[in-house]
Every structure is written in structure tokens, then in C-alpha cells.
Design a binder for this molecule. Structure first.
Ligand code: SF4
Length: 281
């Protein structure tokens, strides 16, 4: 798996943004630089991220996706979907076709089931309505759409409400990932990182609702010991079982409390930034 940040430019200011808040290296919007970077990356899925990748426009994105395909790799296009609502339908169809040809899918960050919470999380006025319209446009264009719902201190109590919302209003999505906030970038520090134990009952309820509504789900950045009967939905377990390398091994580490755990061989442990904030599991 390989992640490329096309640029910093974005139309939101999410509290959970993991892109470095300030500084960082030089960024290039030149297609040739992106292609060079991708060609040098480790094998596997190519994750096109930003900023907001759709702001690159259809021409550049289609060329980029064609190059990913030529390398025999699959692509994931990460987006908040606001630009999808704004771009002409024909452009969205072109991007969707190029993405499909690269065996890929859109990964849409969808942080809330209501406008007020959406705004609190993304600071994008009118973002909720646009995001919903954007997702519907992507689905209408025939694209595979995965949703990512980032769990933070702002929204964890609303997880069951989000699951119900998705079941009712986001039919047609390929799958839904509940992803605990990374304590890096703009989200560095403790403010938005709830305790795993506080999240667990709400998440289990949300996963139950998804199961009842046949929404395929997965969970990232919350260890299996906090997922109750849903422990198999933890995405690291498959990677660990297959011995895959990746960020899960660098970002997570087992702690003293892991001793004797039944998942010891299948779980890399909690996120290091979580332990830096909460000191223990
Ligand atoms: S290894 Fe540690 S973090 Fe992972 S499931 Fe076991 S106790 Fe939890």
C-alpha cells in the first residue's frame, strides 16, 4: 500500500486532518512529479490523497489514474466529496471511469449525519448537504464508493445515529469503515481522542445496526479487544495474519496490558499516539 499526498490544498479544515498542520516539505502539483513518486513506491494499492484530490480536476486525475493502471496497480481516491457535488456530471463520470479502469474506488470521508456536527468537524459551511449530493453523484456515475467515518470525541456518541442514517440515506455504498482518529497532524494532542472504552458501547451498537441493514463494515485504529463480538472487523487482523508490512506496524505497538491477550499474534497493539495521550489501554 502506498499513499501519495497530491497537494495540501483543501476545501475543508477537518479537526481530524492527519496532514501536518504547518510546515512540511515542498509540494508539487506537477503530474510528472506525482508519477515519479508513484513509480518509486512499494507495491500494492495506491492511495491518492491530499488535501482534496478532486481539486486537481478531471484531466490531471484521469492521466494519473491511467498511469496507475499502466503500472498494474489499483487506486483509491480519497475525497470529502464536496468537489464532486460541484464538478460537472461529465467530469465526474470521466474520473469514475478512469478509477474503475484502475480497479479502484472512491474513499469518501463522511464524518456526521447532521449539518451542525458536520460543520463542527470539517468547518466547511454547507458541507453536509454538498457531501451527500457528492456521494449520490459518484454512485450515479457507477463508481464504487467506500465511506470512512472518522471517530472523534465530537461524534462517538452519535455512532448509532450515523449507522441508521447511512442505512437510510446512503444505499449503494460498497462498504463503511469506522476509523478512530489518528492523533497526528491537526489532531495532534488529546482534545479529540476519546478513550477506546468510552467509544466501545456506541460503536458496537452502530455495528449491530449496520449488520441488521447488511452494510459491510470494517474498523481501523481500534484494537479487537475493544470491539466485543465484532473483533473480526478490525482491519489489522488480516494484515497480521498474512504477514503484510505497512503503517500498522509503525504506528502501533503492543503495551504491557497486552500480555496474555488472545489476539497477541493478530493485533499490532494500540496506536502509539493514543498511548501518548491516554498513557494506557
Ligand atoms: S494485543 Fe493489546 S491492543 Fe491488541 S487486542 Fe490484545 S490487548 Fe488489545
Amino acid at each position: 500500500m502506498a499513499l501519495i499526498h497530491l497537494f495540501r490544498r483543501c476545501n475543508q479544515r477537518c479537526v481530524f486532518c492527519s496532514y501536518p498542520a504547518e510546515g512540511g516539505g515542498e509540494e508539487s502539483s506537477a503530474l510528472k512529479d506525482w508519477l515519479k513518486e508513484i513509480a518509486a513506491m512499494p507495491p500494492g494499492l495506491v492511495q491518492l490523497s491530499g488535501g482534496e484530490p478532486l481539486l486537481a480536476g478531471a484531466d490531471k486525475l484521469c492521466l494519473l489514474l491511467a498511469a496507475v493502471k499502466k503500472l498494474g496497480r489499483r487506486a483509491e481516491l480519497q475525497t470529502n466529496a464536496l468537489a464532486a457535488a460541484e464538478l460537472p456530471e461529465e467530469e465526474i463520470k470521466r474520473i469514475a471511469r478512469a478509477l474503475k479502469a484502475a480497479g479502484g474506488y472512491f474513499n469518501v470521508n463522511f464524518p456526521a449525519a447532521a449539518p451542525a456536527l458536520d460543520f463542527k468537524t470539517t468547518r466547511a459551511r454547507g458541507g453536509f448537504k454538498k457531501r451527500l449530493a457528492g456521494v449520490k453523484k459518484l454512485l450515479k456515475a457507477g463508481a464504487a464508493v467506500r465511506l470512512t467515518h472518522v471517530i472523534s470525541s465530537l461524534n462517538y456518541r452519535k455512532l448509532p445515529a450515523f449507522a441508521s442514517y447511512a442505512a437510510k440515506n446512503l444505499k449503494g455504498i460498497a462498504w463503511l469503515q469506522f476509523s478512530y482518529i489518528k492523533g497526528i497532524g491537526r489532531a495532534g494532542g488529546s482534545k479529540y481522542l476519546p478513550e477506546y472504552g468510552a467509544v466501545q458501547p456506541y460503536l458496537e451498537k452502530a455495528l449491530t445496526i449496520c449488520r441488521e441493514n447488511r452494510i459491510h463494515c470494517e474498523v481501523d485504529h481500534i484494537p479487537p479487544c475493544f470491539l466485543g463480538e465484532f473483533y473480526r472487523l478490525n482491519v489489522d487482523m488480516v494484515k497480521m495474519k498474512e504477514g503484510l508490512r505497512g503503517p500498522h506496524l509503525e504506528e502501533k505497538k503492543q503495551v504491557a496490558a497486552c500480555r496474555g491477550c488472545r489476539f497477541l499474534k493478530l493485533c499490532p497493539g494500540p496506536r502509539k499516539d493514543y498511548i501518548a495521550v491516554h498513557k494506557a489501554l
